[in-house]
Design a protein around this ligand. Structure first.
Ligand code: NAG
Length: 313
């Protein structure tokens, strides 16, 4: 992938998206076959589940500036001015938009999106305010039951084994869940904490595999310390501008641990296929060279307060 990246000036994430979408599409063509896309995650891919939760305003995206670019008819609960990554993947795979699991009347024959802004892999992360990964997995089991009733066991089994399972989650475990949580930091040194987060993610993959899932896609973590809110924190603490390296280091440690877990799971679990992204480098490149990618700005956020516009207001 690294080689392709330099050869074609393709970003790694677009390759990852391409692979996921390609894999969905290749199973979409024969008559009668449905393809499904199941999404587990946080605000990076929440399509509006948190609109149905009792939570704090920081965890919802129900008002402008969210949704202000007009792709949808106003805010939808996506933490974006328009679509989120998984909307683009679905579109590329010629699937309809994958509905938020909590949307009443949602229909799941093309999959379901369980993601929830603020959610983490550990149930302690923003507990009570989000749909933690454990609960997202329980909801998946509900969908599997519903589909069995609707399509029958045979067809559901096929759908589940040919579906793609996408994860974009973990940042909140390190931000609010660890760096913003003195108790957790006291209890666990960083390496041990990363081990817990990855251990729980591994369990999630194994659980889905046990239910018949075979194809997985992962968006890895970004250089967390370069996000506007962390730049503001660093400025306040050290009077220096720049990325908050401790946060980025956690993101990197997580990504490295995830890569090696995936390598071993591929050997351990027969028939498992996956694509992992290097979101860390992908985003770093855009932050450092925004104009190369058609952006004017790579450091400051648009719409919040604080020195870099990244504090919720
Ligand atoms: C999962 O996370 C919990 C904390 O929520 C932790 O106690 C447990 O050890 C973790 N599991 C694994 C397999 O790492």
């Amino acid at each position: 992938m690294e080689r392709l990246n330099t050869l074609f000036d393709f970003s790694i994430i677009s390759i990852a998206i391409f692979l996921v979408a390609f894999s969905l599409r290749s199973y979409a063509s024969p008559l009668e076959k449905t393809s499904a896309f199941f999404i587990f995650g946080d605000s990076t891919v929440d399509p509006g589940n948190n609109n149905y939760l009792q939570t704090i305003p920081e965890n919802t995206a129900a008002t402008k500036p969210y949704g202000q670019n007009g792709f949808f008819d106003g805010p939808t609960g996506r933490f974006s001015d328009g679509r989120v990554i998984t909307d683009f993947i679905a579109e590329y795979a010629k699937l309809p938009l994958i509905p938020p699991y909590l949307q009443p009347s949602a229909e799941f024959t093309n999959g379901a999106n369980f993601a929830s802004g603020g959610a983490g892999i550990l149930s302690e992360t923003n507990q009570g305010l989000v749909i933690a990964l454990q609960t997202q997995l329980k909801y998946f089991e509900e969908v599997q039951k519903t589909l069995s009733e609707k399509l029958g066991d045979e067809k559901t089994k096929e759908l589940i084994s040919e579906a793609v399972y996408f994860f974009s989650i973990g940042s909140n475990d390190y931000m609010g869940g660890y760096l913003g949580n003195p108790k957790m930091r006291e209890l666990h040194p960083p390496e041990e904490y990363v081990g817990m987060v990855i251990g729980n993610l591994t369990n999630a993959i194994q659980m889905l595999y046990g239910k018949g899932a075979r194809k997985f896609g992962f968006l890895s973590l970004s250089p967390l310390g370069c996000l506007p809110a962390f730049r503001a924190m660093k400025l306040e603490m050290t009077k220096e501008e720049g990325c908050f390296e401790e946060a980025s280091a956690l993101g990197l440690a997580h990504n490295n641990a995830l890569s090696s877990v995936l390598t071993s799971l591929e050997h351990l679990l027969k028939g498992l296929k996956y694509t992992n992204s290097n979101f860390y480098n992908w985003l770093s490149d855009r932050i450092q060279n925004p104009s190369k990618f058609g952006f004017k700005e790579g450091i400051n956020a648009c719409c919040g307060t604080g020195p870099f516009g990244g504090i919720y207001s």
